[in-house]
Ligand binder design. Structure first.
Ligand SMILES: [Fe+2]
Length: 308
């Protein structure tokens, strides 16, 4: 599909599902250790559900994982009798570990990510010298989404949009009148995601954002992170296309591409790497699985010295 026909397919879904009874129900779980918003979206009619961007708790000092955050999702799914058919990742996150494999064991769902995850696997497979046992074909995931793929969550129509820039493989999932847009836009008062990770690109991010902002104004947008803008006391993770177009401090309507690229590039140069980038990338590029255990049965996470 061309860019325009994908956008209009997404628009058709949104227009068809503006009726209140077709609105997906979204419950968000916010992890304030990594500032990540995980979402459970479901169809009220059939109880079919998808989990978007789950978090596995990780303590870097001890190298231990915990399931406290993921357990809250399991509890919510069971209490509401939801039938989880997808575990969706908007991208390979660099700031938290995915709990998708553990959640699959508890509540099911096929694990899906953007097809260009293979590019991310190639780049980070080299950086971490992951060896030949690390497949770089996306086979750790159950499904690879392409731009314009249509799918169903119960009676809700959904479409995947390729929105690269933050990483080469970012996807947005438009489900009914709600779009799960990962790390592209943040809340209007905070701006946009960084574009300086390997394979990231500010200009590409600008185009992906403009594409998301071409969705109907009332589209609900669900973000992957919030860091509380200065002056705001509560975390927030939901906004609309209209609010972003009017108020986003980096990329509201009228901000020229060149201005955005220069702002984003300058700002990225001041940012330090996320605390959990080393474990996050090595685990998330493997679909949330730990690296192959060594002969003693223990999995290790590597730190490349003077590389990143
Ligand atoms: Fe990210």
């Amino acid at each position: 599909m061309t860019d325009a026909s994908v956008a209009s397919a997404a628009e058709q879904i949104l227009l068809a599902e503006r009726a209140p009874d077709k609105r997906p129900i979204v419950k968000t779980f916010f992890d304030d250790a990594t500032f990540t918003a995980s979402h459970v979206v479901h169809d009220p009619e059939t109880k079919a559900a998808a989990v978007v961007d789950s978090v596995l708790d990780y303590d870097p000092a001890s190298g231990r994982t915990r399931y406290d955050s993921a357990r809250k999702i399991v509890q919510y799914v069971r209490e509401n009798d939801l039938n989880v058919i997808w575990q969706l990742e908007t991208h390979a996150h660099a700031d938290h570990l995915s709990a998708a494999p553990w959640l699959q064991e508890q509540i099911g769902g096929k694990l899906g990510i953007g097809a260009d995850i293979t590019r991310v696997q190639n780049v980070f497979g080299k950086i971490f010298n992951a060896g030949t046992s690390f497949a770089r074909d996306g086979s750790q995931f159950d499904h690879l989404f392409h731009d314009g793929d249509r799918f169903q969550i119960g009676s809700l129509n959904a479409i995947s949009l390729h929105v690269p820039g933050h990483t080469p493989a970012d996807m947005a999932f438009v489900i009914g009148d709600a779009a799960f847009i990962g790390d592209t836009l943040f809340m209007p008062d905070y701006g946009t995601a960084r574009a300086d990770f390997p394979g990231g690109d500010a200009r590409t991010l600008y185009h992906s954002i403009r594409r998301l902002l071409s969705l109907p104004e009332q589209t609900r947008l669900f973000l992957c992170h919030d860091y509380k803008a200065p002056g705001r006391s509560e975390f927030a993770w939901e906004t609309t296309v209209g609010a972003e177009r009017r108020h986003n401090i980096h990329v509201h309507d009228g901000v020229p591409e060149e201005d955005f690229v220069s702002m984003r590039t300058k700002r990225d140069a001041t940012l330090s790497l996320p605390n959990l980038i080393m474990p996050s990338v090595q685990i998330n590029m493997r679909g949330g699985h730990m690296p192959e255990p060594e002969e003693n049965g223990v999995s290790y996470i590597k730190i490349p010295v003077n590389t990143l």
